[in-house]
Design a protein around this ligand. Sequence first.
Ligand SMILES: [Zn+2]
Length: 422
Amino acid sequence: MKASSGTTVIEGCRLFDGTGAAARDNQAIHFTDGVITYVGDQDGQPAFDPSHVEHISAEGMTVTPGLVEAHFHPTYFNVSELADLDIKYPVEYVTLLAAANAKLALECGYTSARSGGSLFNIDVWLKKAIAEDVVVGPRLSANGREICGVGGLMDWNPDYRKIGMEGLVLLINGPEEARSAVRKLVKDGVEWVKTYPTGDAAAPDVNDHHTLCMTFEEMHAVVETAHNHKLKVTGHCRATEGIKNALLAGYDCLEHGTFMDDETMDLLLERDVPVVPALYFELASIENGPAFNMPQAVIDGHQETLDGGVESAKRILREGGRIGLGGDYGFAWNPHGDYAKEISFFVNYVGFTAEEALMCATKTGAEIMGASDQIGTLETGKLADLLVINGDPFDDIRILEDRTQFYAVIQNGIIKAGQALN
Ligand SMILES: [Zn+2]
């Protein structure tokens, strides 16, 4: 990814650096060739020659680290039926849609993202296209096709149709097949292996949120093989037993972490495994699902998931665990572009402070990506991925939901989106 050339100086702003320090006024930030060289009081900033820098007067504006979408599905194309995900479009068209979603995410202030699973192997190539400036989008940490047990949540096409589930998942029976699925993903070039240890409210009949979709032995085989090849493993974990299995099998991250008892909470905290609740999806399903003919049993399941997920997320944060924010956007009732609703939801519904939610959406996201030495906080030596917001998210966090309120979305020191480009 190209970096800016020369120096940019932003002055007069309120600044939240994401390290845990409170937002401060009258701040300045300097970056040269895409790397931050100064963050701090405007009064103490190094001298610069105004005729040789790009200068942004940011009085009344707030600067924050670029946001990190920690559960991003660029290939999910706002489907109104789950079954459409796998069969509606060919890989060629889904790839174009994924590129459009990546551009939208960047415009929404997300300068980085960790994929939560991909159709075909698109995210690996999307990551390359973004890194080589072919298309714009968040710096991407790529997932591939997801792994699920035969008959589990993601194995919904009936056998008599003879179409399999090839676009979306690798289906396995037993540890040997789990190993070979991971080996295939190694060749595909993914960084993350996404699995389905449990079901979901979306499938109330045979794979609901208390059902297991993989055995411990299969999960352990996935982790052993993935770690051998230096890949990381995560999984869709709702049921308590599935969460426990994932923690005991050595998972690197948990998606959702919905129903946790004391034992799983202790295990989670002991191993310091980050959790990405992706929880606004549940509220969006309850509120918007009826307009898309979502059955009542599914909505009831989402309500139970929402309640359990809120309780677990609060507890994880309160007891010193790590939460990343990302939100399964890509369904008609929870479409791309709404990403920051996850952040305001965690403030206004779950009860995190704006500072806590923003740190989850920046610092912890960077940690999950394994990139906290480069991004996630605004500190000298880190990459200049940042937002200049035309207002104050600590006054009303919902300003982040409105991308027209970004004065500048800056990635690698370059203004990629926002009013400054108009
Ligand atoms: Zn997902």
